[in-house]
Design a protein around this ligand. Structure first.
Ligand code: CTP
Length: 365
């Protein structure tokens, strides 16, 4: 658990969710979540400087001795629109009601701030011990399909397994998927899941059909080991190299950079070094890796290991000095020099100029 000291004798404050789970697993947690049985916005501002409040959810973020903690009011929620954000029905409900709105039993544990006692309404301790992920009720994935990806995330992160009934519920949901859902939340979970860079996780994603949450198209597991590839070539958007394999990501709210990465993946095998170079000279490494996974691993590696470091030196000024008037012809000349340089990267600046002279004299003759 993160070291945070809160003096409170109310016995109404509980560490809740991931932070309790992580402490029991001996892991460091990134968020400090505390729930208050009652109205947290009124009660918890005394613990330090208030950073922000969200009255809709009854939550308040407070800086407690240099550490930010999220205090939430216990709340009871329903899902009138399945797959979308829940609606808060009651703020200040019992701890049990608050716990029962959660995803898996291992995330439904509470620890009293006052006494340190662990409160386990759902069998979370037993499931933690047995490394099982168990939903709290049969409607859980229908209410919130992002939980299926969260389940995958926890399987990868902790090496846990879905408990049998939960596995069946996942299978049933994916066979009768309702595509009207919040893709913003799906994207967030995909990022957290696949930034863990796990080939095994990706295989589960494809083999169990979890990818159906993103696209209606059938997807097969590519032969390339994506984890190994990503260990060779570091990229910023690890998750997109995995999820981009699905091809159709139109359901997800992508940023311009993410969309460009997908658009820059050629749809066929590039036949020469020159074609490879031209396809990727303005592309992100993610696009090259996706091309490698989908079409041509050797070509992608060749580009990343060798071709991308080859640069011609001649400039437009050089061409002008050689008496060539600026025109669209410049592009063709640069490409011709590039083709030679890709064949022989040792070509010097002077030799590049000789190539240009040769091109021009061949033209004249
Ligand atoms: N939760 C849920 N359903 C979701 C998202 C969250 O029931 N779709 C609940 C879980 O009890 C979870 C808590 O809200 O423990 C906090 O959510 P979040 O911070 O996203 O998850 P953590 O469990 O803290 O996991 P992480 O370590 O990845 O932050």
């Amino acid at each position: 658990m993160n070291i945070i000291k809160i003096k409170d004798n109310s016995n109404k404050l509980y560490f809740i969710g991931g932070i309790v789970r992580d402490e029991l697993l001996g892991l460091k947690s990134f968020d400090i979540d505390i729930t208050y049985v009652g109205n947290a916005m009124e009660y918890c501002s005394k613990f330090g400087e208030v950073i922000r409040k969200n009255p809709d959810f009854g939550t308040i973020r407070v800086n407690v001795d240099g550490q930010e903690a999220d205090f939430a009011s216990t709340r009871f929620e329903t899902y009138p629109r399945k797959g979308h954000l829940p609606v808060v029905e009651k703020i200040g409900c019992s701890l049990k009601e608050d716990v029962m709105r959660r995803d898996f039993t291992i995330n439904a544990l509470a620890k009293s701030v006052t006494t340190g006692e662990i409160i386990d309404f759902t069998g979370g301790l037993e499931d933690l011990k047995n490394k099982k992920l168990r939903v709290l009720h049969d409607e859980s994935f229908i209410d919130d399909p992002t939980r299926i990806i969260r389940g995958l995330k926890f399987r990868i992160r902790f090496g846990f397994e879905l408990e049998e009934h939960t596995k069946n519920l996942q299978r049933e949901y994916l066979a009768n998927i309702n595509r009207d859902m919040s893709y913003k939340r799906i994207k967030k979970e995909l990022i957290e899941t696949f930034n863990l860079n796990s080939q095994k996780g990706f295989e589960i994603f494809i083999n169990e059909g979890i990818y159906k949450l993103v696209t209606p198209n059938e997807v097969k597991l590519p032969k390339v080991n994506i984890e190994e590839l990503l260990n060779l070539y570091k990229v910023k958007n690890i998750w997109l190299v995995y999820v981009g394999v699905l091809g159709d990501l139109s359901s997800l709210p992508l940023t311009k950079v993410e969309q460009k990465i997908l658009n820059d993946v050629p749809k066929k095998v590039m036949k020469s070094d020159f074609e490879l170079y031209k396809a990727f000279e303005n592309a992100n490494t993610e696009s090259v890796l996706l091309y490698g996974i989908l079409y041509d691993e050797r070509g992608a590696k060749r580009y990343l290991d060798k071709l991308r470091f080859i640069k011609t030196k001649i400039t437009g000024n050089d061409l002008a000095n050689l008496g060539i008037n600026p025109s669209p012809e410049y592009g063709k000349i640069f490409d011709a020099v590039l083709k030679e340089k890709l064949k022989n990267p040792e070509i010097s600046y002077d030799e590049e100029k000789s190539i240009v002279r040769e091109i021009m004299s061949n033209k004249k003759s």
